[in-house]
Design a binder for this molecule. Structure first.
Ligand code: SF4
Length: 376
């Protein structure tokens, strides 16, 4: 069956899309304030020189209070007004904690514990400074997001054998010499100018992506300290963050665009060289749904021959656990990177998906009541 997905204007004629992404919808019409700007106006009650444990206690207390503050702000006469930032704010506290975590990095569940402050490199090969591969107005993202102000970081916490972006995710830097093949170093100040330019060009959101943005979580928080534009902050990620990483983002991100690729951990290990995939990624998506903005589009890439082992259980999990999320059931898989170089080793996935496979996955999503058509 031939189908076309709606465009970036007509998609908002779907009342269910408006309902599920309601705060984002109002934010792009400048009727609400981006969460990070409210976080910047939220006072703290701790010295930033306190030890990490004390900082976390204050963070978790504020996290609870922020939920109520946000609800009240959204209903107040000031709902369209950016509040005056204060120093030190909840955002300053998050920046301080992120800078501390960087010294024994645990931003993602690989928990390399490298001192990235001194440029020791973990699995992702990202040091203290961000390396940015490109930044541009992206018209190919999901309809509700375009035009999207994408900022692509080099480096990734995964090693996907079929990665279509391997030149920026895995092959961007020489591990021994540190030489960078793809990307340039950018300071938070420079990145706030880049984000500002994207907003000025008409971006509906600042789309933090890569590779994967997780390794640059500290940089992104620093950028937001220097940034003042009322624009949606969007986390576009493999979602393999640690709980600590998630907690630092929950109040800050307006929109979540996570991948959910595998239900089978053995397959995840073989495909992305990643342990404990299912528990970590579903935990984090659930956190974003229940404790964060709850405005989510999950990307599920259908992989050849994996309908029953991965697609069905993933869609069932989404329907049961994150009912507000939209799901992009994606048919874009093609053999790339190592799958292309070593086709004998990956003969099971050395093909595109069939029309029948994509139809099976999408029919299953329909059967489960998942909202997928507006974004797939
Ligand atoms: S972000 Fe993850 S992979 Fe990179 S150094 Fe930190 S813990 Fe390791």
């Amino acid at each position: 069956m031939w189908r076309t997905r709606p465009g970036p204007v007509s998609v908002w004629k779907n009342p269910e899309v408006v309902t599920r992404l309601n705060r984002y919808y109002q934010l792009i019409q400048e009727e609400k304030i981006a969460r990070y700007l409210l976080v910047k106006a939220f006072p703290i009650n701790v010295e930033l020189s306190a030890n990490l444990e004390t900082l976390w206690i204050e963070h978790d207390r504020l996290s609870e209070e922020f939920k109520q503050y946000l609800v009240e702000y959204d209903q107040s006469p000031d709902m369209k007004t950016v509040p005056k930032p204060i120093t030190p704010s909840f955002l300053d506290l998050k920046v301080k904690i992120a800078d501390e975590l960087l010294k024994e990095c645990c931003f993602c569940e690989r928990r390399c514990e490298k001192n990235r402050e001194t440029e020791e490199l973990g699995v992702c090969k990202v040091g203290k400074e961000a390396v940015v591969s490109s930044a541009f107005l992206h018209m190919g993202e999901e309809t509700v997001l375009v035009p999207s102000g994408t900022i692509f970081f080099s480096g990734c916490t995964f090693k996907c054998v079929f990665c279509q972006n391997h030149s920026i995710s895995q092959e961007w830097r020489d591990r021994k010499t540190g030489e960078i093949y793809d990307g340039v170093k950018r300071t938070p100040q420079q990145l706030s100018l880049v984000a500002g330019a994207l907003a000025q060009e008409g971006a509906k959101n600042i789309n933090w992506v890569g590779g994967d943005p997780t390794s640059n979580l500290h940089v992104i928080l620093h950028v937001l300290q220097n940034f003042e534009v009322n624009i949606c902050q969007l986390w576009n990620s493999n979602m393999y963050l640690s709980v600590e990483g998630m907690k630092l983002l929950l109040e800050v991100m307006d929109f979540w665009l996570p991948d959910l690729k595998y239900a089978d951990d053995d397959f995840a290990k073989r495909m992305s060289k990643i342990p404990n995939y299912w528990a970590v990624v579903t935990r984090n998506i659930k956190m974003a749904h229940d404790q964060g903005s709850g405005e989510i589009v999950i990307r599920h890439l259908v992989i050849p021959g994996r309908i029953e082992a991965d697609s069905y259980p993933i869609l069932e999990w989404c329907a049961e656990n994150v009912p507000n999320a939209l799901v992009n059931v994606m048919g874009q898989y093609r053999p790339a990177h190592l799958v292309q170089r070593h086709r004998e080793k990956y003969s099971d996935i050395y093909r595109g998906i069939t029309y029948e496979e994509l139809t099976q996955a999408r029919n299953k999503a329909t059967e489960l009541g998942i909202l997928w058509e507006p974004v797939s």
